[in-house]
Design a protein. Sequence first.
Length: 290
Amino acid sequence: MNLQKTLNSSIKSIWIILKLVIPIYILAEILFYYNTLAYVSFLVEPFTSILGLPKEAALSIISGMFLNLYAAVAFAAPLDMSPQQWTVLAVFLGICHSLVVESVIMKKIGLSNTYSYLLRFIAGLLVAYLTTFIPSSYFMSNINIEAFEEKSYDSLISLLQISAYNAFILSLKIIALITALIFIMDFIKTRDFIQKSGKNISKSFSILVGVFLGITYGAGILIEEAKGTSLSKKDIFFIGTFLMICHAIIEDTLLFVIFGADFTIIIAIRTVAAIIISYAMLYFFDKRYS
């Protein structure tokens, strides 16, 4: 493993997190303080209502879909949500996030942007909605309740001071998590069986890599294979569909577990959903091309 390269990657990620999470967290607190979200939340309120989330989660959903999960978490962190609500949000955004960037990656292996957008949004909404039917007693959490006590600020200055501190603590938690994952993932990527995967790759191995390392790397090792003959269009379609539902399952999940989301439920639901949806879409694929 190239330690210097891993450190550089970690430092870049830390800088991105600090630039993104701290200002967005403080902005979210200010928006809540002045009740500004009431004027924009109606845009996605039907979806937050369906998912049993507070309407203030609107900005978290929008930023997660079109930016990334760090922005989504920063907007959701100040909300007083239950472990079940955090789990529902994690399931939806775990499937439906960073649409623009990741759809470009999927297009490189042959899946259209339209298919990517529709599949991930509809699947995310459906799977998250089904999650709301799980009894609240099933959700396990090590959440710190004190962190979610109702906030009261004497002034805007007080709000800025407290939210800046909370944003900094949140950033430290995320940085610790991401740094550890970067070292682990970079170590995995240097293993011989990963290095050789570009020359000899199977359908099951492609899925395994994407599930744990994410769409960017999972699809990345497929790009050259998609140009060749090792995998059929049917295989590529199945792998791409599966990975859009279930990818980077550890990293994405842990970001929400920090706030009380249930780790086991998220992983189980996304994995089962990926299997069912992938085979269902494969059935329609066969119908179309048979």
